[in-house]
Design a protein around this ligand. Structure first.
Ligand code: FMN
Length: 246
């Protein structure tokens, strides 16, 4: 298997890091990979804030609900949906930006963020580092906005903790491929059986790695999705100047 594909298919979220600095050149390579990612209509509506200071990583760990790996890993990148740059470009030339008033801006911006995040993850792993994406920053977006001094028309969508791995993570099983890959049209038949198969697979996985408290997928995803788990996102998005009604 080609090494790029191996890098991607071997992905796992690492949550145990060594106290070991990452060389500057390696950090530059990771950010360059994200910077070269494509964006919708060449909008370049992504910015990255680099956090290295221990004090600030401690604050982010708390904002994300107390995630110790953010304190441990020496590097944290925040991927910011950024329509501030385009607004400046348009208004400086006598125009008016309206796109940020639409839900489409959040869809296209989040897509672009995801691509940049994936590029940074692949680059970091290719450099021998471990990664874990951190959506937990949206638990308290206002605190992130303040910490990173984000201007209007920007929003911190996701973070990425990066570092040298201490205790490596295990490859986590996925739902069967048949639930993911559809030929020509979406197929719904057999889904219930595939889900039950996965519930058994993931519980076996937890047992194999010595975790006897592991939930089935139905239970774990149900635990999150029975609530609006980050209710502060909507008010913060609106406060930053985005709209959601168009
Ligand atoms: C957008 C996004 C946000 C995530 N947020 C967190 C997070 O805040 N904390 C965490 O420990 N893991 C987080 N994860 C990691 C997921 O829990 C993980 O990808 C999933 O359980 C599958 O495990 P794997 O990545 O090891 O295959 C996030 C993943 C993604 C893609």
């Amino acid at each position: 298997m080609n090494s790029t594909i191996k890098n991607l298919t071997n992905h796992r979220s690492e949550r145990s890091y060594l106290d070991k600095a990452i060389p500057e050149e390696v950090i530059n390579n990771i950010i360059e990979a994200a910077y070269r990612a494509p964006t919708s209509v060449n909008s370049q509506q992504v910015s990255v804030v680099v956090t290295r200071a221990q004090e600030n990583r401690n604050k982010i760990a708390e904002i994300a609900g107390g995630q110790p790996w953010i304190k441990q890993a020496p590097l944290f990148l925040t991927f910011v949906l950024d329509m501030h740059k385009s607004e400046q470009a348009i208004s400086a030339h006598g125009g008016e930006q309206l796109a940020h008033e639409s839900i489409e801006a959040l869809v296209s911006g989040s897509t672009d963020i995801g691509i940049a995040l994936a590029s940074a993850m692949a680059a970091a792993r290719a450099e021998g580092l471990g990664v874990v994406p951190i959506g937990g920053i949206r638990r308290d977006p206002e605190a992130m906005i303040e910490l990173l001094a984000l201007p209007t028309l920007t929003f911190p969508v996701v973070g990425l903790a990066i570092g040298y791995v201490d205790q490596p993570a295990h490859l986590k099983p996925r739902l069967p491929m048949a639930t993911f890959r559809h030929e020509e049209a979406y197929r719904t038949d057999g889904l219930a059986e595939q889900i039950e198969k996965y519930n058994a697979d993931i519980q076996q996985h937890w047992k194999n790695i010595g975790r006897n408290d592991g939930d089935s997928w139905s239970e774990s995803v149900g635990g999150y999705y029975k609530n609006i788990y980050f209710p502060q996102v909507l008010p913060a998005v609106i406060k930053q100047g985005f709209g959601t009604k168009k």
